[in-house]
Design a protein around this ligand. Structure first.
Ligand code: DGL
Length: 213
């Protein structure tokens, strides 16, 4: 099986690497859009157009499925992609609000994501559907993806941000941007044992197995 993985930048590498471990027999091909990363501050029309162009190599190699390993591109562009390329099996990655809402005991969760993801209709629909009775805190992570992309992740204000969330009694943190997978260990360490940090790679691997079975 051949799986295409797209992200604006290094987030796709984190997802592709983990998917290769979970699906050792799969051929995983990654593409990115280094010329235009980060997507998280761009307007929706640009994200849709840029994504359509960037995934072209994956469309050309006829993948069994294409993972949009970018929460920003999924929440903003996946409907347009499905409408434009109806024969392609797209699997999106979007913030794990539903599982977070299911496991939180404090009823206070946090979502770390780009500004565009947080503003998207799809994200707000997810909150309305699954987290109506839950407080969702969205700390300012603008700039994080760019720092991670530039190899300056040590400058991301992880510890201060997570300390603020702990003060608010958050017990589940959702990684809603695949770039943040690169700093997951720091986030987990800062959050401590009483907080669950959710990211979607295992769920995506299961979805691929199910879809392609
Ligand atoms: N990795 C992407 C995401 O999951 C976006 C980062 C960016 O390009 O701003 O949202």
């Amino acid at each position: 099986m051949r799986i295409g993985v797209f992200d604006s930048g290094v987030g796709g590498k984190a997802v592709a690497g983990k998917l290769q471990e979970l699906l050792p027999d799969a051929e995983i091909i990654s593409v990115d859009d280094y010329a235009h990363v980060p997507y998280g501050d761009r307007i929706p029309e640009d994200i849709i157009e840029l994504t359509k162009i960037a995934i072209q190599p994956l469309l050309d190699t006829e993948c069994d499925a294409i993972i949009i390993a970018c929460n920003t591109a999924t929440t903003v562009a996946i409907s347009a992609l499905r409408a434009t390329f109806p024969s392609v099996n797209f699997i999106g990655i979007e913030p794990m609000i539903k599982p977070a809402a299911a496991i939180t005991k404090s009823k206070i969760i946090a979502v770390l994501a780009t500004p565009r993801t947080l503003q998207s209709d799809r994200y707000n629909e997810l909150k309305q559907t699954w987290a109506k009775d839950i407080t969702v805190i969205e700390p300012d992570c603008s700039g994080w993806a760019k720092l991670i992309e530039d190899g300056s992740s040590s400058r991301v204000q992880v510890e201060a941000t997570i300390a603020g969330l702990l003060q608010e009694n958050v017990d589940v943190i959702v990684l809603g941007c695949t770039h943040y997978h690169m700093i997951k260990e720091r986030i987990v360490d800062a959050a401590g044992d009483s907080v669950t940090v959710l990211e979607p790679t295992d769920a995506i691997a299961n979805r691929i197995k199910y879809l392609l079975a």
